[in-house]
Each structure stands twice: as C-alpha cells, then as structure tokens.
Design a protein. Structure first.
Length: 246
C-alpha cells in the first residue's frame, strides 16, 4: 500500500473515500468537483482518500497528480484488483476524519449533494444515505432491471432489519467514522452496501435519508455492477440476518 499526501488537522474533518478501478476518464473531474464543494461552510474541513484498486490504466497516476497539487488529496493503492468493498475498507483504514463519505470515481453521483448529507450530521445524524428515489422515482438513465433490483433489495432490507429506507444500494453513504469502523466490515466487492445496512439494522441505528441527483451510466461507459452482484447482495442481507457477528 502506498500513501501520498499530508493534510494539517484541526476542527471537524470529513474524509471522502473514493474506491477507483479503471476510472481514468472520470476520476480527475470527480476530484475537482469534490474539492470545490463548500463543506467548510458547514463546519467540515475535508480530505479525500482515493484507493486505486489495482488499475492498469492511468487511474493511479491521475490520483497521484491530484495529491501532488492539493494536500487534501491522499492516495492508497492495491497492487492487485481486490474489489470495491476492499478498496473502501483500505481507504477507511487511512481516513483521519470524524465522518466518512463514500464517493464513486465515476460521475453518476453529484458532489454538489454533499451539503445535503452534512446538514443532517449537524442535526445529530450518525448515518445518512443519499436516496436516488426520493426526488425522482425513475432516475435518469437507470435500466429497468437495475431499478427492479434496487427496489427488491431495499424492500428486503426494510423487512429483515426493520429499517425504513428507499435506497439500500446508493453510493452516497455518510457515517460517523468510529461507528463505521466498529462494524468490522468483511466485504470485498459490491456487497459493501448490504453488509453495512444489515449491520446498522442489527444495531438499531437510525439511517437518515436525503434526496440526491443521479445520472446512471451504461456498461459500455464503464459501469461495473452485474446481475450477479444483486444475487450476492441478497445473500449478504439474508446471511447477516441469521448470523451472530455484529
């Protein structure tokens, strides 16, 4: 693991965790937008921790260049592709913030929505999800199969864990860092979302939702989620319901 970048500490700090695999086309713009968001106006300095998950394109070089130009960007790296969940956990290990926000390295999610999530933190929320469905029941570009899968997984999570959410699989998830670490995540792939939701549900931790914007990309544009990930997500929800580990 390689670590680049230094950020002076002081005050409340938000760590934006970005797992990135073969995202040379979009990572630079994602970083630019994230750095421009005025989180400081809400009382949160920020750092960005990019985990390059063994990319063989220019993803790592782009992240390194951003870190060299802005001390708020830090970079960790997997020598081999290990999966989104593993990349999030590695970034989490390196995070120094009081709160952590998950951000994908593509442009499906808009960094301009960060303040909406942070406002809930200032009101006492420990966990905030950005819901793609609260403002628009049919998000732009989302395929019907993906829409149905999202609905099924969300309904399953609500029934199994007594939560009341509209978007279990959203990328935008904001946590108190010590809480997220206390969940002892084991995910390596896209099962990060169902695992974290299940473990929060088992602890009866309230999940606050806020509406966010969303613009889906197609597989041809680099989208990596497949139907098998939906099956795995369902299994993780079920397994954590009957398991003993918290």
């Amino acid at each position: 693991m390689v670590l680049v970048g230094v950020l002076p500490m002081g005050g409340m700090l938000l760590s934006i965790l970005i797992p990135a695999y073969h995202e040379e086309a979009t990572l630079g713009e994602v970083l630019r937008r994230a750095l421009c968001v005025n989180t400081e106006g809400l009382g949160f300095d920020k750092e960005i921790v990019v985990c390059d998950d063994g990319s063989t394109d220019r993803t790592y070089e782009i992240a390194q260049a951003a870190a060299a130009n802005d001390a708020r960007v830090r970079v960790v790296r997997h020598t081999h592709n290990s999966g989104k969940g593993a990349a999030i956990r590695t970034a989490l290990d390196a995070a120094r913030g009081d709160y952590c926000l998950i951000q994908d390295a593509d442009l499906e999610y808009d960094a301009a929505d960060y303040p909406a999530l942070l406002q809930q933190v200032t009101r006492g929320a420990a966990v905030v999800y950005g819901s793609r469905f609260l403002a628009n029941p049919r998000p732009a570009g989302m395929a019907t199969a993906n829409l149905v899968a999202n609905r099924v997984l969300t309904t399953t999570a609500n029934l199994l864990y007594g939560v009341s959410i509209t978007d279990e699989a959203t990328c935008f998830k904001l946590f108190e860092t010590k809480l997220l670490r206390s969940l002892h995540l084991t995910c390596t792939g896209f099962e990060f979302c169902p695992e974290v939701t299940a473990k929060l549900g088992r602890r009866n931790i309230k999940i606050v939702e806020v509406p966010i914007s969303y613009s889906a990309r197609a597989i041809a544009e680099g989208k990596k989620v497949r139907w098998t990930d939906g099956v795995e997500a369902m299994w993780v929800l079920l397994r954590n319901r009957v398991g003993q580990n918290r």
